[in-house]
Design a protein around this ligand. Sequence first.
Ligand code: SF4
Ligand code: SF4
Length: 302
Amino acid sequence: MSIFTDMYRRLRAAQPEPVPTLEPEPEPTIRLVGFIEMHVAHTCNLTCESCSHYSNHVHKGVLDPAQAEDWMRAWSKRIVLKEFNLLGGEPTMNPRLSEFVVLVRKHWPTAHIRIITNGFFLHRHPALPSILADDGNASIALSLHHRDPEYLERLRPVFELLEGWQRDHGTVVETRHSDRRWTRRYLGFGAEMLPFEDGQTRKSWEICPAKHCKQLHDGKLWKCSPLAYLGLQKEKYDLSPKWDPYLQYKPLESTCSQRELDEFLLREDEDACSMCSAEVRSFSLPNPLRSRPATETPVALP
Ligand code: SF4
Ligand code: SF4
C-alpha cells in the first residue's frame, strides 16, 4: 500500500460524522372531512327519549358567535369540509343562528351548510331565508320526531312558514323522519343514566348511527355527540362512576400533530364505544311534546 493510500485512509477514518441538518417541520396538510357538526344551542324545546345529544335532559346555554369563530379559524387551517351541520339541542333557540351561517361560509367557502332543526322556532328567524339565499349553498333539514296527529298539528304552522320561504326565497328544505329509526343510546335518565355494558366495541361502532358525526365542541373535535356532551351530564347530575372512563375521553385539539389528526380521522371503534349498545335497540319514540319528566318546567311552544 502506498504511503498516500494509507494516509488517505487514516484521514477518512478521522472525518467527523456529518452533522444532521435540522429540517424544518413540514407544513401541515389540510385534510378533507365529510362533515362536522356543532351545537349552537345545548337547549332544546323537545324531549326525545334517549337523545344522543342529551338535549332531552334540559341543558342550558347557547353558543356565542365570537367563540365559534375562534374555533373555526383554528380548524379551517387543518381541515376542509364537504358539509357543516348547525344543530343542537335546537339551533333556532339561539337568537344569533343566522350569524353562524355567515361564519361557516367565511372559514369553509365550499362547504354545504345545513341547519338541522325540529322547526318549532324557525319563525323567530325572519332574516334566515334571505341569508340562506345569499349564501347559495345552504339548506334546512326539518327533523320530524313523531307522527301523532297532535304533533303534526303543532307543526302545521312550521310547514306553512317553510312553504313560504321556499316560494319567496328558494329555501332548500329536506324533511327527515328521525323517529323512524330511533334507538336507545344509553339506559335510564338523569342521575340514573347508565352506559351499556355489552363489551363489544367493534359491534357497537358498526351499528352506531353517530359514528361519522364528529362534533366541534369547546374548540376541539370529538368522535361523536355522546362523548362530546357527556360532560354536560356530569355537570348537571351525580352520574354513576360507570361513566368515569368515558369522561376521560380526550378530544382532538386544533394544535394536534399531523399524525394525530390522521389517526383521529381514520379511527373507527375504540374503547369508548363500549358505552354504547352492541345491538340495535329500537323503540317507539314517545311524543317528545309530552314526555318531559315531571320535575322539569313545561315545554314552551308557539
Ligand atoms: S329535537 Fe329531540 S333529538 Fe333533537 S336535540 Fe331535541 S331532544 Fe334531541
Ligand atoms: S362512542 Fe362509538 S359507538 Fe358510541 S356513539 Fe360514539 S362512535 Fe358511536
